[in-house]
Design a protein around this ligand. Structure first.
Ligand code: PMP
Length: 405
């Protein structure tokens, strides 16, 4: 067999990170990977995470036993509330089942696997064009048929709501639609609440199944409820849906692989029973894939989510991150406008979250890298967290130069 396996291409994002690391220039700027950096371009351990970490270390009862198949119950219960809201009728009616997963990626995978196995018809799964690149391979790997709905308008650098709704209208009834709950990756473009209502109305009419991916709750706007608005709205509308939830960004627990998968059954007399059946099947899938999820990140997040004082500190940390990113958006736009850089730059501040889709072309991105040592994905996406007060002027100068070239 060995001879029949061809070499796979390098993962584009991780290839970019490697090229950045190997670049000896002291001017280099990393705008590739979606991980928060502080104003000194350093990873940031949230103070509340440090605090929870210390408490866990000093806990004499701590051991390294396996978690259960579904993960740490106090973590998944709190994660559920964060998604649906503390007073959610869906939770009270016991129609939300939740499993701890290998971060958001694992949650997306578990959801895809479950739908591939248990959806009554073999559904087509629609992702936005563009979307987080991993969606494509995760859903293809589990055997789902993949399709795209229009999302980003290159003209307005905003949402192509008409194109999106049109595709949702013509998609086969009962399709699965992957929706980014907030801070869409890679575009930074989110529907307004009014647009979410329109999306929900079409999806209800066509009996589509919403598959929410939420990797930036609280990190996007600094407000946990606002960033969960769309999910809560769909739940309130009575949809059966699922949610893949990551705590990588909003807790800075990237490498600890902390996340959850939630399946919300539609309201009705049999909902709690249906939910328990689904939970039991998900547990079997989980057992065969990872046996049980990793403990450390869930202990940290679980402690913070369940302790009102720590929770309040977490909200402050979230605002530190989202606030700094917002300042970088304003700062970048101001600098480009001050230079009279050709084009319009208001999308830099209207887009939200970790990323901005700048509109820079692949050719411009290449010049930025070769000549200016600025690293970003070739679709023109920049990670706003890679900007800081030390490199903002330099980056604006670089963008101005390549746009005029
Ligand atoms: N979904 C989206 C849209 C994302 O941007 C990410 C993070 N890049 C994830 C899921 C999951 O990431 P992780 O597995 O690190 O939680």
């Amino acid at each position: 067999t060995a001879a029949t396996v061809a070499a796979a291409p390098e993962d584009p994002l991780f290839g970019l990170m490697k090229a950045y690391r190997e670049d000896p220039s002291d001017k280099k700027v990393d705008l590739g990977i979606g991980a928060y950096r502080d104003n000194n371009a350093k990873p940031w351990i949230l103070p509340v995470v440090k605090k929870a970490d210390n408490a866990i270390h000093n806990d004499p009862n701590l051991n390294h036993e396996y978690l259960s198949i579904g993960g740490l119950a106090e973590f998944t219960a709190a994660a559920q509330k964060l998604i649906a809201g503390g007073d959610s009728p869906a939770i009270q009616e016991k129609r939300v089942c939740s499993l701890q997963t290998i971060s958001g990626t694992g949650a997306v995978h578990l959801g895809g696997l479950f739908l591939a196995k248990f959806h009554p018809q073999k559904p087509t799964i629609y992702v936005s064009n563009p979307t987080w690149a991993n969606h494509n391979q995760i859903f293809t790997n589990v055997g789902l048929k993949l399709a795209q709905y229009p999302y980003f308008s290159a003209q307005t650098k905003g949402l192509d709501i008409d194109g999106m709704l049109q595709t949702l209208r013509t998609a086969p009834t009962g399709s699965v639609i992957v929706l980014h709950a907030c801070a869409h990756n890679p575009t930074g473009v989110d529907p307004t609440q009014e647009q979410w209502r329109q999306i929900a109305a079409v999806m209800r009419e066509r009996q589509h199944f919403p598959f929410f991916d939420t990797a930036y709750q609280g990190f996007a706007s600094g407000d946990l409820a606002r960033d969960a608005w769309a999910i809560r709205y769909f739940i309130a509308q009575g949809f059966e849906l699922c949610v893949a939830q990551s705590f990588a960004k909003n807790f800075g627990l990237y490498g600890e692989r902390t996340g959850a998968f939630h399946f919300v059954s539609a309201p009705g007399p049999d909902a709690a029973t249906a939910s328990s059946h689904i939970a039991s099947q998900l547990a079997i899938l989980q057992r065969s894939e990872i046996s049980n999820p990793p403990a450390y990140g869930a202990r940290i997040a679980g402690r913070v989510l369940n302790d009102p004082a720590l929770f309040a500190e977490w909200e402050v940390d979230l605002r530190t991150m989202s606030g700094r990113i917002q300042e970088m958006r304003t700062g970048l736009r101001e600098r480009l406008e001050a230079r009279g850089t050709p084009g319009s730059w208001d999308h830099i501040t209207s887009q939200i979250g970790m990323f901005s889709f700048t509109g820079l072309t692949e050719g411009q991105v290449k010049i930025l890298r070769d000549k200016w040592h600025v690293y970003m994905t070739k679709n023109g996406r920049i990670s706003m967290a890679g900007l800081n007060t030390n490199n903002l002027d330099y980056f604006a100068e670089a963008v101005d130069s390549v746009v005029r070239e």
